[in-house]
Design a protein around this ligand. Sequence first.
Ligand code: PLP
Length: 356
Amino acid sequence: MRAEPQEFGRVLSSMCTTPHPAAREAAERFLATNPGDPDTYQAVADLEAEAIGQLAEITGLSEPRGYVASGGTEANIQAVRAARNLAVTPEPNIVVPDSGHFSFSKAAGVLNVELRTAPLTEEYRADLDAVQSLVDENTVLVVGVAGTTEYGRVDPLQELSDVARDVDALFHVDAAWGGFVLPFTEYEWRFDQIPIDTMTIDPHKMGQAAVPAGGFLASSSEILDALAIDTPYLESTDQATLTGTRSGAGIASAVAAMEELWPAGYRDQYEQSMRNAEWLADAFTDRGFDAVTPTLPLLAVDLPDELFTGLREEGWRISRTSAGELRVVCMPHVTREQLSTFISDVDALRARPKNS
Ligand code: PLP
């Protein structure tokens, strides 16, 4: 096998990043372990408990409960699954803001749950009146996003939690990407600030762990029990995870990254990434483009198609929001130097005569 993975030097669209060196090393050591069989692979099962303890500390969860999932998709599916399993209605629905990750569509599909999406306000946050009008006695889960995929926005979580409580639904917070930057902001998003039932927080995004390392957290054992099924041929007796065999590498790398970086390293990274996002937004605004002001280290800019395509041809890995704007995620591997080169390419493409 001769293939080499791509370099991160021109990757501006990804929510994954280069793992911290300690996370990389830990992942390699635990490659051949399977936390899906915890009584056989006890060392990695113990590490998973450590990972959940660390995630609980970061998210203000008093009793650590949850597991290291394959990513945000699995964690979101599990939140929907738990809510559906705990509910009595034969016609369950979930209410998710339009900014919710597409994993909720997958969840609704595989779990046969109706997905109701609520429009956003002009600030790209869930519109509370719309959410309120969509919930009913069959709503089993309301979702709030803490760090949206396209604009990095945080929904009004306290108010969404109130709406969920009013109809006896569970409240899920998707902090898959935002969970490792929000601790250094003024936002209220934690279990000890708001009544939250389940949360997604992924070490393999801003947490700088190796892929796959997602996080699913639950506020009560009842929720985890609603996910558990019997496991006849294993030494352990039940399993709450969606997948069977899982990656011990993901768990070990998550623990190593959090040991190294929580909290000071993550704070430094957040501050640096935020400065980069603001610098890039200013650079585009100075050139006459409309940029959506970053509130977390992620920005969107309205660029002409020709310029977007030109940047892609220069090798930049960039993506668009659903409204068509350029979307740049200032992950840990994204440096100021890299962004300066990117802006130089923007200038060069704009200076180039048309059709040349
Ligand atoms: N939730 C949010 C807010 C995300 O941004 C993403 C991915 O970018 C996910 C969930 C899905 O995570 P994964 O790709 O790890 O399954």
